[in-house]
Design a protein around this ligand. Structure first.
Ligand SMILES: *Cc1c(COP(=O)(O)O)cnc(C)c1O
Length: 411
């Protein structure tokens, strides 16, 4: 037995120890220059790469991480991911993933009903979920064009491009949601993509439009998990009338990348439309991917560990943090809040646009991202991190604004 393929409890324990040791590193050592002809050995490389991989990483769970849709992940999901890497199951073949295929089916069966869907499968992200859904729409409903708001994610246009479908961008209202009377004409050859939680502002398109076109797909990549919260589920009311739904589990379901779901109202029909058989396949290959792994295992572990209530509590907490942050912005006359947050995305800017870059430079790392709306730059916060500390961020913002005031006095 080649020892590098054997179970090595000491090596793995050391890997975990190094993860802890470098948890708060900030510096990054240089990348190795050359690929040596003679290997350095696994133990040596563990020590060499820990400061690089761990030290150089963005810290998505730190108190100031408040800018992107990328959450920290629960430690249980790290454990399940380690098991996945060790076992390397391939869900393409039942023989290489006997249990993993059942785990995925069970997780989908748990989650699909929250969206009014009856099945689906995992994908590496909502980019692929959107592509898969529109592929099914083309096959099942004969659609020739894709309609989506101008605020829809670029993956929708990308999918239309790949599928040879025309893309038509529809106007949005001031909140960034699809304009309610933007739909007109014959939609019998159209797929309508509604976004539940736009990437830029977190707006929710009018989901009551679901069913108006030959196929309705809801891109709920970001805000979909609100359906699991009894407090917030109704913000996505109407989603159950869609034909398909995309949800990124590596966003608000706190999963390691790459993890998402594409769900269908009639999954048997949709899956049949996007399946291919082959001589060496015992079961048809469903969807875009060939070989793919057991991403449902960490998701199942998280769902079991937290229950619906525990998951909802994390999402509700993030939603509350967004409201608190919006209060901080709204109270300050030097700042402009674009709108009250609907789905955990807060968009704001300094009243004096000339201060934008200085303010940006004074905010803690990972605290804000930048988006452009109506040709003006705005700060954007996304509350994907349950550890975000609004009081700490408010303090940093107050100091940044004071620093700005001092700078302009000196000018
Ligand atoms: C993030 C996002 C996507 C793309 O999802 P990935 O998981 O990054 O592939 C699609 N649509 C919306 C609205 C998103 O926020």
């Amino acid at each position: 037995m080649d020892p590098d393929f054997a179970f090595n409890p000491d090596g793995l324990a050391r890997a975990v120890e190094l993860l802890g040791q470098h948890w708060n590193d900030t510096g990054v050592p240089p990348l190795p220059l050359d690929w040596p002809a003679a290997g350095l050995g696994s133990g040596a490389v563990l020590e060499q790469m820990a400061p690089l991989v761990l030290g150089g990483a963005g810290r998505l769970g730190q108190a100031s991480a408040f800018a992107h849709m990328d959450p920290p992940t629960p430690w249980l999901s790290w454990a399940a991911t380690l098991w996945n890497a060790a076992l390397n199951q391939n869900l393409l073949h039942p023989a290489t993933a006997p249990v993993a295929r059942d785990i995925e089916a069970r997780v989908v069966a748990w989650l699909a009903p929250f969206f009014g869907m009856n099945g689906g499968h995992l994908t590496p992200g909502s980019t692929v979920a959107n592509l898969t859904a529109l592929w099914a729409a083309r096959e099942c409903a004969g659609i020739q064009e894709v309609l989506a708001s101008q605020s829809a994610h670029l993956s929708v246009q990308k999918a239309a491009h790949l599928l040879g479908l025309r893309f038509r961008g529809l106007p949005v209202d001031p909140s960034g949601a699809l304009h309610a009377d933007a739909l007109d004409g014959d939609l019998s050859r159209s797929a309508l993509v509604l976004t539940a939680g736009t990437t830029s502002t977190g707006a929710v398109d009018p989901l009551c439009l679901a069913g108006r076109a030959a196929w309705t797909h809801v891109d709920a990549a970001w805000a979909g998990p609100l359906r699991l919260s009894p407090t917030h589920a109704l913000r996505l009311a109407g989603i159950e009338a869609a034909d398909s739904v995309a949800v990124s589990a590596h966003k608000w379901l706190f999963q390691p990348k790459e993890s998402a779901l594409v769900l269908f109202r009639d999954s048997a029909r949709a899956h049949a439309a996007v399946s291919f058989g082959g001589a060496y396949l015992a079961v048809p290959n469903v969807g875009v991917l060939g070989s793919h792994g057991a991403q449902a295992a960490p998701l199942m572990a998280t769902l079991l560990a937290w229950g619906r209530a525990g998951l909802a509590a994390r999402i509700d907490h993030c939603m509350a943090l967004a409201q608190q942050w919006a209060d901080v912005i709204e109270r300050d006359a030097r700042l402009v809040l674009r709108a009250r947050p609907e789905t955990g995305v807060v968009v704001w800017r300094p009243a004096d646009s000339a201060c934008f870059d200085l303010l940006l430079a004074h905010m803690p790392p990972g605290a804000v991202s930048v988006t452009v709306l109506d040709d003006i730059r705005w700060f954007r916060n996304v509350v994907a991190n349950p550890n975000a500390d609004v009081a700490l961020l408010a303090g940093a913002l107050a100091r940044a604004l004071d620093a700005l005031a001092n700078t302009s006095e000196r000018r």
